[in-house]
Design a binder for this molecule. Structure first.
Ligand SMILES: [Fe+2]
Length: 382
């Protein structure tokens, strides 16, 4: 029987090659006249911002560029952008980049309409639609274009807060253009892809999952599992690039509706202490997180295994589930990402403090988790 659920998604999505060049006409449709273009500096260097800027100018819009986007955006940078938008009278933010650029724009848009600092919206507190944002993702991972959550580093508390947490924080429009993924560095493509997979899996296992989010989560797992290796090897192949962008957006919708489990709680604690890529943290934590939840999610994990293309004949439910966990681990190892956090400078001495932060954010995990469980998993991946 389908359990009762509620679902809301207000972002208009336009998917297809070349759609990023519709930014100007779409901005006009939203009634904009003065646009703040928020661009990741690496993406700008790769030449992906130019065509968007041209499209905005061709629509006779006044445009300024903000490219002080950090890979792990901090509260202070978001607040600074909000000041610029307010003082300059910008009526629209267009962001081009990965989750960092999109979250920087959504965070600033929240502060523009609600005042104060983005720190004031850690965990919620948004009461009205944020300043208009058009999101143009250039990675397939965070799903930030389809999410009302805003991941920003809280510089006072040393962790990645999940700010906003409301459909009021969704971009008005997402232009999903697979061509924007073609120049992505291999390491970022791989790490971001694991972030997307972790959104789909953690969302699927979440106590807040519904029949509606399950449908999207399973499709996202199928598409990502089939395409991530090919995409990591060749980002300019239109098939895998389009599949990854699609899977990423589906997974982003899922995690925004359900929240994450211990994987994301631990990744946020790691991201707040070290400057590691969020997707890398989520990817490395995904298999241990699935293993922890196996006793309470056997059936769903067996379904994950099938979605990953594994044959289930002759296997018990728990054996199929274990195969699925192994397949996630094997996928992570096949795309060339670091296999331990000590390679990235993580230290045993920091585990206790990070585990405490993670435990405080692990309420959405399907299986009860203790401080010792988290310490054990951190040690496993150190
Ligand atoms: Fe994530």
């Amino acid at each position: 029987m389908i359990a009762p659920f509620e679902f809301h998604m207000s972002t208009r999505m336009v998917f297809g090659p070349g759609t990023s060049r519709q930014a100007g006409q779409e901005a006009k449709k939203l009634g904009a006249s003065k646009v703040m273009l928020v661009a990741d500096p690496g993406v700008e260097k790769a030449g992906l911002v130019g065509p968007v800027l041209e499209s905005l100018r061709a629509a006779s819009l006044e445009v300024s560029i903000f490219n002080d986007v950090e890979s792990n955006p901090r509260d202070v940078a978001v607040d600074r952008l909000a000041d610029l938008v307010r003082q300059g009278g910008f009526d629209l933010l267009v962001c081009v980049g990965g989750g960092s650029a999109i979250d920087t724009a959504k965070g600033a848009a929240t502060v523009v309409t609600h005042g104060g600092s983005i720190r004031d919206y850690d965990g919620g507190g948004v009461t009205k639609p944020i300043h208009p944002v058009i999101a143009i993702p250039t990675t397939a991972g965070t799903g930030a274009e389809a999410s009302g959550n805003i991941s920003i580093t809280h510089t006072g508390k040393h962790y990645k807060m999940s700010a906003g947490k409301s459909s009021l924080c969704l971009p008005r429009l997402a232009l999903l253009d697979p061509e924007m993924l073609y120049c992505l560095p291999a390491g970022i493509a791989a790490a971001a892809g694991m972030d997307a997979l972790s959104h789909a899996v953690e969302g699927y296992l979440s106590p807040k999952a519904s029949a509606f989010t399950d449908m999207m989560a399973i499709r996202a797992i199928e598409v990502i599992a089939a395409s991530l290796e090919k995409f990591s090897a060749n980002r300019a192949d239109p098939g895998p690039a389009g599949d990854m962008l699609f899977g990423n957006t589906l997974a982003g919708i899922v995690i925004a509706a359900t929240g994450g489990g211990i994987g994301h709680a631990m990744a946020r604690a790691l991201g707040g202490r070290y400057d590691v890529h969020h997707g890398l943290a989520c990817g490395l934590l995904l298999a241990p997180n699935m293993r922890h939840n196996l006793p309470v999610r056997e059936e769903k994990l067996a379904r994950v295994a099938r979605a990953m293309g594994l044959p289930a004949e002759g296997l018990s439910q728990v054996q199929a589930a274990e195969k699925g966990i192994e397949a996630v681990d094997a996928l992570y190892r096949s795309i060339g990402l670091p296999t331990h956090f000590r390679h990235l400078g993580a230290k045993e001495d920091d585990i206790q403090a990070m585990a405490k932060v993670a435990l405080g954010n692990s309420g959405g995990n399907p299986r009860k988790v203790t401080l010792d469980d988290i310490i054990t998993i951190f040690r496993e991946i150190l």
